[in-house]
Design a protein around this ligand. Structure first.
Ligand code: GDP
Ligand code: IMO
Ligand code: MG
Length: 422
């Protein structure tokens, strides 16, 4: 019996999960998404092409590996159709290598409208969601009102009409004006399109894969700081983005989880509202944004940028039981004279080095300053080429986080990935 390895984000998302899943896929038989939905935007670059995946796992480009959308995911059939058809047009037919769990929940057009209505009602306190209906769909799942992929094969029209009527009642009571016609048409086409795929009870399939000594890589979406239980609540997403979410999101028992790859940027970003203690509002923040092309891959929104936050990262390592770290976008720091890392928080004059109940704007970050490496690392192929100051930065992070950094990424391309000897 093998175990499933999990790769997940340790910050506020967009760490580079898609890129590394693609790089690691040749080592695995099956790749699976276990939570989130089209709020995700996972970017892959290879052979001069760039792809952004939202619901489809990032293992889809490496041969005939099986990719699974598991039960913990929320799926919008209209967006899924658009994504899969775009891939088919560029020569990637997914129908034979993508399986979808019958237990994954369906995002309805009215969920997207409820998302917009909820945000409008919150005013200044809005979460800054991606507007994809994620919160309302998970709310319906937990509230036991949801529609699942398997329902499209069973008395669907009746179930859809009941769910839609309930949503319309809510939208009306919020005085939210909407026009559902076009969105609904595309959505129903998406429902038909889903029938071209193999719809399965993925928990049986995935456990059988492990029982046959084959290997699974689980692809997280969002990041630990956006986890509904442990993130910067209420400025979070509505699913468990952490390692435990892989167990519930796939039906894999905790003792069947193997390595947990924790992925982080060499600095930090966040998109949407909510606290971000090490956020920079100066020209250093602007440089990170420009050099790192920090604009949302789904919404195009400018990402907020700041220094790496080791208080938050240590918390993420603990919550997820991370066994191997992956550091991304180190090339973005290539030109800096000095680099800062947040090693503590000052709250009302008191210094702490642990992640508190609430992080808010009154937190002052405490920084340690390290020398920059001032070297273009983007063409490096091996850790033997790493400059001394870069190795010192890696040593410092490993000492703080107490987990080895196994992979370093020095550019967006598949090839710009360095696996370390450790
Ligand atoms: P994900 O959501 O975690 O998959 O990450 P995103 O795709 O949303 O954002 C990561 C962005 O950084 C994408 O535009 C990637 O192409 C890019 N990227 C990934 N790794 C690197 C890297 O090492 N260096 C640079 N400069 N860009 C990277
Ligand atoms: P990937 O997988 C970055 C953020 C939104 C918002 C909050 C809630 O590409 O890393 P939601 O639409 O989920 O209800 O929004 O979460 N958010 C992300 N930020 N990367 C993501 O995904 C995100 N998915 C959601 O900006 O602040
Ligand atoms: Mg992303």
């Amino acid at each position: 019996m093998t175990k499933a390895d999990v790769l997940l984000g340790l910050q506020w998302g967009d760490e580079g999960k898609g890129k590394v899943i693609d790089v690691l896929t040749p080592n695995y038989d099956v790749i699976t998404r276990f939570q989130g939905g089209p709020n995700a935007g996972h970017t892959l670059e290879f052979n001069g092409e760039k792809y952004v995946l939202r619901s489809i796992p990032s293992g889809i480009f490496q041969g005939d590996k099986i990719n699974v959308i598991s039960n913990g995911v929320v799926l919008d059939p209209a967006l899924f159709k658009a994504e899969a058809e775009a891939l088919a047009k560029s020569g990637h037919d997914l129908t034979k290598k993508l399986y979808i769990s019958k237990k994954a929940h369906l995002i309805m057009p009215t969920h997207r409208m409820l998302d917009a209505a909820n945000e409008a009602a919150k005013g200044d306190a809005k979460v800054g969601t991606t507007g994809k209906g994620i919160g309302p769909t998970y709310t319906d799942k937990v509230g036991r009102y949801g529609l699942r992929v398997g329902d499209i094969l069973l008395d669907f029209d009746k179930k859809y009409a009941a769910a839609k009527a309930r949503h319309e009642f809510m939208l009306k009571s919020m005085n939210f004006e909407y026009d559902i016609e076009e969105a609904e048409k595309q959505w129903l086409e998406g429902i038909e399109y889903l029938k071209n795929f193999t719809l399965i009870d993925s928990e049986h399939y995935l456990n059988d894969v492990l029982a046959q000594d084959k290997t699974i890589l689980c692809e997280g979406a969002q990041g630990t700081m956006l986890d509904v239980d442990f993130g910067s609540y209420p400025f979070v997403t509505s699913s468990n983005t952490i390692c435990a979410g892989a167990c519930t999101g796939m039906g894999i028992a905790p003792n069947k989880i193997g390595d947990v790859y924790g992925i982080f940027k060499a600095y930090c970003t966040r998109v949407g509202s909510g606290p971000f203690p090490s956020e920079l509002f100066d020209e250093v923040g602007d440089t990170l944004c420009e050099k790192g092309h920090e604009f949302g891959s789904v919404t195009g929104r400018k990402r907020r940028c700041g220094w790496i936050d080791l208080v938050a990262l240590k918390y993420s390592v603990m919550i997820n039981g991370v066994t191997k770290l992956i550091m991304m976008k180190s090339d973005v720091l290539d030109d800096f004279d000095t680099i800062k890392a947040c090693v503590g928080y000052r709250i009302n004059g008191e210094e702490i080095d642990y992640f508190p109940y609430e992080i808010n704007d009154s937190i002052e970050p405490i920084y340690k300053e390290l020398p920059g490496w001032k070297t273009d690392m983007t063409k490096m192929k091996s850790e033997d080429e790493f400059p001394e100051a870069f190795n010192a930065y890696l040593d410092f992070l490993e000492d703080e986080l107490e987990v080895p950094i196994k992979i370093v990424s020095v550019g967006p391309d598949r090839e710009q990935t360095i696996v370390r000897y450790i």
